[in-house]
Design a protein around this ligand. Structure first.
Ligand code: GDP
Length: 345
């Protein structure tokens, strides 16, 4: 078995021809795009270098899409909505890429988002590209891969890039940090939850869509919409100069889908004119670099053999009340000053 892996491995690495991948991506060749994403998702050191070369080549062709984040609790209708919305966009001639960040896929093997059986109708459109969430690894790594995938999709010529996630933990904040426009899907009813856990999601949304506004739910959906409009009056807008929109829609019956696109176009016109659009993108790029630096430094620090050794000792001393946490922290840092560790030179 070992032998098979050894002989197959190098040829797999050599498969990536950056020149032809670049050409393929720039001419909207979907198999090339998919291969490039696989390269970016690889954790092999050799692939990291190659993928950066590729990204460097395509960078001048990026930045021209509208990046939309979509969140909502499981069952609220995200995939149904994305299918309707994506289909609408394809019908009006747009090229649409759907990416996902699924925090559950790194915890367990099962994924809530992005499996292939979802969005079957949309996947039949040649202008639609659906890519499941990169699996495994910490959220930081998944985020890096998704950010770079956005760049690849833009170079390929996608007009709209949708990044889907579920309202769990940090994943919404991570998606907010890589998109221009952030959409929150909610079900009819439950406006009273606004005081609690939903507030965080509402605060970062540029539009809130009360989905499932059909059949017997229409009245309730309108009440929910009013409740959210009221509550938003007391919150700061998620984007400077933009008033968070609240709409009702039915993903299942294709109602209100066009209005969502109108709102997004309004948002883009508005924020491009005011400069807020470009400012956010620039901030996002800088924050991304700093995040990478922070992750790298933290990781190297905790992996350092000297840190590992002294950390155990200090943890015990803190637990046994022998030393204060501050004194322990100072001892650890002091011991690293002699190690030429990055950041302590
Ligand atoms: P997700 O988990 O957020 O992706 O939700 P799904 O898109 O899988 O939808 C969950 C369930 O809600 C499915 O049974 C859908 O058919 C249903 N659903 C989604 N959108 C609507 C809608 O607009 N109206 C109604 N009545 N049902 C919907």
């Amino acid at each position: 078995m070992g032998k098979i892996t050894k002989t197959r491995h190098p040829s797999k690495i050599e498969q990536y021809n950056i020149e032809s991948l670049t050409k393929g991506i720039l001419s909207f060749d979907i198999p090339s795009l998919a291969r490039a994403i696989t390269l970016i998702e690889s954790n092999l050191e050799k692939h990291l270098g190659l993928s950066q070369t590729l990204l460097h080549r395509i960078l001048p062709f990026t930045g021209n899409s509208i990046r939309i984040g979509i969140t909502g609790a499981p069952g609220v209708g995200k995939s149904t909505f994305i299918e309707s919305f994506g289909t609408y966009l394809c019908e009006i001639g747009k090229k649409v890429a759907i990416l996902a960040i699924d925090p559950t896929s790194s915890v367990s093997k099962g994924s809530v988002l992005g499996d292939k059986t979802r969005m079957e109708r949309l996947s039949r459109y040649p202008n639609a590209f659906i890519r499941p969430s990169p699996s495994g690894g910490a959220l930081g790594g998944v985020a890096r891969k998704t950010r770079e995938t956005i760049l690849l999709c833009e170079a390929a010529g996608f007009d709209v890039i949708i990044v889907e996630t579920i309202g769990v933990g940090q994943s919404e904040i991570v998606v907010r940090s890589m998109v221009d426009f952030f959409l929150l899907l909610i079900p009819p009813g439950g406006g009273d939850e606004l005081q609690g856990f939903k507030k965080g999601s509402v605060e970062i949304a540029d539009a809130i869509i009360v989905n499932k506004a059909d059949g017997n739910n229409i009245h309730l959906a309108n009440i929910t919409k009013q409740e959210y409009l009221q509550a938003l009056r007391y919150l700061l807008p998620a984007t400077e100069g933009w008033t968070t929109a609240v709409l009702t829609a039915s993903a299942l019956e294709n109602l209100g889908i066009e209005d969502v696109w109108k709102i997004i176009q309004d948002f883009v016109d508005n924020t491009k004119n005011s400069g807020a659009f470009d400012r956010r993108r620039k901030e996002q790029s800088l924050n991304w670099m700093h995040l990478l630096l922070r992750d790298y430094i933290l990781d190297s620090f905790y992996r350092h053999s000297k840190v590992k050794a002294i950390l155990n000792e200090m943890e015990l001393d803190v637990l046994n009340g022998k030393i204060t946490p501050t004194a322990a922290f100072r001892k650890i840092i002091y011991s690293m000053k002699n190690e030429n560790f990055i950041g302590f030179e």
